[in-house]
Design a binder for this molecule. Sequence first.
Ligand code: 5GP
Ligand code: MN
Length: 348
Amino acid sequence: MQPDSVRQDLCNYMKDTKALKDFLVTSRKIAIITHANPDADALGSALGLFHFLKEAGHEVYPIVPNSYPKFLDWMPGNQEVIAFEDETAYASNLLANSDLLFCLDFSGFNRVKEMSDAAAGAPAKIALVDHHLNPEIKPDFNFWNDKATATAELVFDLILELSGRGAVSKEIAECLYAGIMTDTGSFKHPNTSSKVHRIVADLIDLGANVNKVSRLIYDTNSLNKLKFLGYSLAEKLQVCEKYQLAYFVITKRDFKKFDLEQGDTEGLVNYALSIKGIVIAAIIIERAGEIKLSFRSVGDYAVNTFAEKYFQGGGHKNAAGGNSGQSLKETEKVFIELIKQNILKTKI
Ligand code: 5GP
Ligand code: MN
């Protein structure tokens, strides 16, 4: 049973449930969209919600801006996902003709990159289900809560509020479990609340196979990816003890050398943060047309405000990202300079 404090919290951010329920009395055409480069929380939430809404009799289309890493292919419903970059005309048409647009795991249309015009211009009503700070989207149905560890947690709450536990199939349970497991860093991040453990216990009771999901997400590395990890740790890791900083700079050449796929750099930044005494970690990646930065921190070092202020990004206090239009070398230089300036001013 959920304690009163949790029930109270639920009442606050689930206040639009009744209105959404009324809207869903009629069979609707629904698009579910996620941020670009979807991760397990974005995709797991989208597919969990997809199964639920489909089962409830709606016409549902999960749409992602671009493709996602292979280690997420196993998710039930994966074959239904439409990548906007590959099927632009079809996806645009769906967005333009939906009754309802679910925005999952992001709260500003700039996060959907090339899909932003089509999504922001869609005439559909908007339901926002997200846990990122400073939401920009003004939804018709709002299920935003920055205290949630994962969007999957919010989707679980929403399904329970709309239809109860009986509506959570094994497929839904496994999609949502994957989102919560990854967004909590396997239940290690500071956001790992007792509520999360209660939800996960529920998801297990509802059929989620913990070992299967964990193996599918974490233990399906390619040999190339592991060799790249070894190379990055041996050759690429920069440590600035003075600033309690460790970071990687990954070039296009590295991608080519190890024949890397999208997603193969995921998790690398955590190795930098695992060094004793390091409180800020970063990875700077050279991508086609942009430089992507990911930041991680421990304690009071708020990397989201850092990412927002200097790299047009955002995220959570201890995990954030952004990008830069400058060259790789220039970006690294600027980054180090900014770290120096900010560290010297106590906390970022
Ligand atoms: P990652 O470093 O794993 O890509 O992202 C870490 C966190 O920061 C995620 O919650 C992600 O949503 C957020 N994030 C990453 N890149 C960006 C960005 O460019 N803009 C914003 N607003 N958030 C980002
Ligand atoms: Mn998330």
